[in-house]
Design a protein around this ligand. Structure first.
Ligand SMILES: [Fe+2]
Length: 197
């Protein structure tokens, strides 16, 4: 969000954070990749987790970090959605049925819907907010590690270089986020003389 004169303007760059050009249709992979959209370790859960927890960080640095990472995760939601759309582009009903996406088609047609790879719908139970900044940061560090691990599992399930390239980028961002959360966690431990975390 940016201020423009007297008006409050929404600033959105009309491009994905990293370029996505998948040329090969792969419904099987689309079915698995959806977990990074609506699964427990996915990008939607990450975005909501950090944007919720930011209010009880004890200082401006913590609130800013959770806002930065939370909004970046929303950009990753957009990237995952784009990838799924490209992987499914032009699929026939027959192809959807063969890939086990007929139930998805029955409910959502060619639309996206946040579920995990097993079809379990997104739920806010995937993240917690305790109001205790050390507990919440511990969750955030674990969440980033789990998201990294799921990206690695997904990389194992494809041989398409156009897909692997983007998954490697997203995996790297999870490592950067983990490092940032970890630095803040240790800084707070010292700054607030926390003995029990
Ligand atoms: Fe992340």
């Amino acid at each position: 969000m940016a201020m423009g004169g007297d008006q409050i303007m929404w600033k959105y760059e009309k491009t994905t954070q990293y370029p996505i050009n998948i040329k090969r249709k792969d419904l099987r992979l689309a079915k698995y990749l959806v977990t990074q959209y609506g699964g427990s370790n996915g990008e939607l859960a990450a975005a909501f987790r950090y944007l919720n927890q930011r209010y009880t960080m004890p200082d401006e640095k913590g609130r800013a970090l959770l806002t930065d990472i939370g909004t970046e995760e929303l950009a990753h939601v957009e990237m995952i959605s784009t990838m799924i759309y490209q992987l499914m582009k032009g699929a026939s009903i027959e192809e959807l049925k063969k890939a086990g996406l007929d139930a998805h088609y029955a409910e959502h047609g060619y639309g996206l819907y946040p579920t995990d790879a097993n079809g379990v719908p997104f739920t806010v139970a995937y993240f917690a907010t305790t109001g205790d900044f050390m507990a919440d940061l511990s969750e955030d560090m674990a969440a980033e590690q789990k998201a990294r691990a799921v990206y690695e599992n997904l990389i194992d399930l494809t041989d398409d270089p156009d897909v692997i390239d983007v998954l490697l980028y997203l995996r790297q961002r999870e490592i950067v986020h983990f490092t940032r959360f970890s630095e803040l966690y240790h800084e707070y431990r010292k700054k607030y003389k926390i003995k029990n975390a």
